[in-house]
Ligand binder design. Structure first.
Ligand code: IFM
Length: 408
């Protein structure tokens, strides 16, 4: 049986500004890193702010034809209402570098970080958050000429899960919500609480993100001819015996509100890494296995196909772009094996009739994994002192798949 992918299928790699650029000093994440014990600092990151040309050249030379990167809102609007022409021109240069290299740019307008002034004014919960984001999106659109794929936000469902957890902690501090982590909790309760820390997202917060996304989508549609969508973190969750009800509850707030919010979009970005069971109490910890990744998740390349089928069903048939899939490992052979298996599964979904437009691997470079440098997801290693890039065999392997437009 042939494993050829459809004509025009995109093959690429994804990145995000804060994780690779370095010195993103006006962002909320930068501020958080400085004051949070135990968090590594992003610092110079991979210095891709200056070395993006080299990154795009390595990707294109390997045979890949698309590059997902993000604009940094906090660089473009470092002070509320004051837009930097120089930073907009910087992101335009990245778009141009892609186009000149024959690489299709996929632009994310917001990847986890926000300007610190936005965070201080209440972040996404502020009543005027949507207007502020739409105003920024309108400015960003001025440099999107020739860009075909635009994602308004990355993983709003993870952002919603963080906000939900923060809200609970706040309520707990006020005494109106009893946390199982209080001193009289049993060890098992503590463990359950910590493993479920980001499992839930309040559907109301999800609906708020959907409204913000729809407002931004309208701006992108008015000002550009790009396809517009957003990218969702897929848990590929399944029910353990007795966990069916809990699965439905968790999956609704954490994912389905967002998949439903994609209806009417031009595409949806599916991002999957692993799969996890849900029992009557919540997420079941990943089984202990030597195959587990550097972020503790199970080796589950089948999660990609599971996520795509779920997205296709809940969105009601919105075209899918795989905007992230990959593995945190030091073993590049394991990365190749994982990606090969994930792509076999993705191919099955295409055979079943799912409209999948492309596959962008997470990630191009070993980068800053939100507080940690240890988990390496990259196709290219980066020396953090000299910034020298060293492609791993997996980059050449994925480039060969791209050139053939088929698995071997
Ligand atoms: O590094 C992150 C990325 O920023 C969002 N999706 C998951 C990746 C791996 O954890």
């Amino acid at each position: 049986m042939t494993t050829a992918f459809p004509n025009g299928f995109l093959w690429g790699a994804s990145t995000a500004g804060h994780q690779i650029e370095g010195n993103n000093v006006n962002s909320d994440w930068w501020a958080r890193e400085q004051v949070t014990p135990g968090m590594d600092l992003s610092g110079d990151a991979c210095d891709s702010y200056h070395r993006y040309g080299e990154d795009i050249a390595l990707l294109a030379e390997a045979g890949l034809d698309s590059y997902r990167f993000s604009f940094e809102w906090s660089r473009i609007e470092p002070i509320e209402g004051r837009f930097s022409r120089a930073e907009l021109a910087h992101y335009r240069r990245i778009v141009d570098a892609c186009l000149e290299a024959g690489v299709t740019p996929v632009v994310t307008l917001q990847h986890f970080t926000t300007p610190q002034w936005f965070a201080e004014a209440g972040g996404w919960s502020a009543p005027d958050a949507s207007d502020k984001f739409a105003r920024y999106v309108a400015e960003a659109c001025t440099v999107l000429d020739g860009v075909e794929w635009v994602a308004t936000m990355n993983e709003p469902n993870m952002q919603a899960a963080i906000m939900t957890a923060m809200k609970r902690m706040q309520q707990s501090a006020d005494g109106s919500w009893t946390s199982p982590t209080v001193e009289h909790a049993t060890d098992e309760e503590r463990q359950r609480a910590s493993r479920n820390f980001l499992a839930n997202a309040d559907p109301e917060i999800g609906r708020m993100f959907v409204r913000i996304h729809h407002a931004a989508r309208a701006v992108v549609r008015e000002k550009t001819s790009a396809k517009v969508g957003w990218t969702i973190a897929a848990g590929a969750l399944t029910a353990a015996p007795g966990g069916e009800e809990k699965l439905a509850e968790i999956r609704y707030g954490k994912e389905d509100v967002f998949w439903e919010g994609s209806r009417g979009d031009d595409f949806v970005g599916v991002q999957a890494y692993s799969s996890q069971e849900v029992d009557a109490h919540g997420l079941v910890p990943h089984p202990v296995s030597p195959d587990n990744t550097l972020v503790g998740t199970a080796y589950r390349p089948d999660s990609l196909a599971m996520a795509v089928r779920h997205a296709w069903e809940v969105t009601g048939g919105v075209p899918v772009l795989i905007t992230e899939n990959g593995i945190a490992t030091k073993d590049d052979e394991q990365r190749i094996r994982y990606t090969d298996e994930a792509l076999q599964g993705l191919h099955d979904t295409i055979e079943e009739g799912v409209d999948v437009r492309g596959y962008l691997h997470w990630t191009l470079l070993d980068n800053y994994e939100w507080g940690h440098w240890e988990p390496t997801f990259g196709l290219i290693a980066v020396d953090r002192e000299t910034f020298v890039r060293t492609p791993k065999p997996s980059l050449g392997w994925l480039g060969d798949v791209a050139r053939r437009n088929a698995l071997a």
